[in-house]
Design a protein around this ligand. Structure first.
Ligand SMILES: [Cu+2]
Length: 251
């Protein structure tokens, strides 16, 4: 690539409709911001639950994209700051999802929300500084490569994931639509067969007891209920799944 020399005939690249084509970083910035926001919307629809910071980020992204033609500098600031703040705020929560490629919705959303936002911040800095077009193309190539690798890793992990079949005497519990059964009744030392029919990961957890079953997307697991008779609260300990509760009645 030849170095980019300043064009002496160029007009100032500020707040002009015709300057979008002149700033090659705007295309990846708008594309990455838009794709990440779409991913957030899809994620919230699938959970299904509204996560306030993500919803605010979607609105801010729409405002930023609407500003691109008329107020280019303002758009770059809005889109850049939206990605940077949500990246920092969500890192701890989302990085735990990166460890579970076998749950494609959680995993791919985390890759998009972390990787896509990090690249959007880079694009915003490039757009603000008016960086070289070759850098913008490299950024787009990195984004496509990252998406391809993430999809491949998740696809393989999902194919390799293997659940456990129910056996005679197991007590069935189906998890679907991010809901547990209202109540699960089991005899002491009986086995539970918990079937996660969702496309994202859950856990079947009785806090402060050994009963803590990891349930990757679309996977069923068997678990012994080694608890004294009584009534126990069941939770899903994935952040954002606080609405998932049930009662385990041990007789
Ligand atoms: Cu859950």
């Amino acid at each position: 690539m030849s170095p980019t020399l300043p064009d002496p005939t160029a007009r100032p690249v500020v707040d002009r409709a015709d300057s979008i084509g002149r700033n090659p970083w705007l295309v990846p910035l708008v594309a990455l911001s838009g794709i990440v926001a779409l991913g957030d919307v899809a994620f919230m629809v699938l959970i299904p639950s509204v996560i306030p910071p993500l919803a605010a980020g979607v609105v801010a992204t729409l405002v930023g994209i609407a500003l691109v033609r008329r107020r280019q500098r303002a758009a770059i600031v809005v889109l850049g700051l939206t990605s940077a703040s949500l990246l920092l705020a969500g890192l701890a929560f989302l990085s735990s999802h990166l460890a579970h490629p076998g749950s494609p919705v959680d995993f791919l959303h985390a890759v998009l929300a972390i990787g896509g936002r990090a690249l959007a911040v880079v694009a915003a800095v490039g757009a603000w500084r008016g960086g070289a077009p070759s850098g913008a193309r490299r950024l787009a190539a990195i984004a496509l490569g990252l998406a391809g690798v993430a999809a491949a890793v998740s696809g393989i992990a999902t194919l390799l994931a293997d659940g456990e079949a129910a056996r005679d005497g197991d007590i069935p519990a189906v998890v679907a639509g991010s809901r547990f059964p209202d109540e699960v009744v089991v005899e002491q030392d009986q086995m539970l067969h918990i079937d996660n029919r969702d496309v994202f990961r859950h856990t079947f957890t009785v806090p402060d007891t050994p009963l803590d079953v990891d349930l990757p997307a679309g996977i069923a697991a068997r678990a012994t209920v080694d608890l004294p008779p009584g009534s126990y609260d069941v939770i899903c300990d994935i952040p954002g799944h606080e609405h998932m509760t049930s009662i385990l009645e041990v007789r």
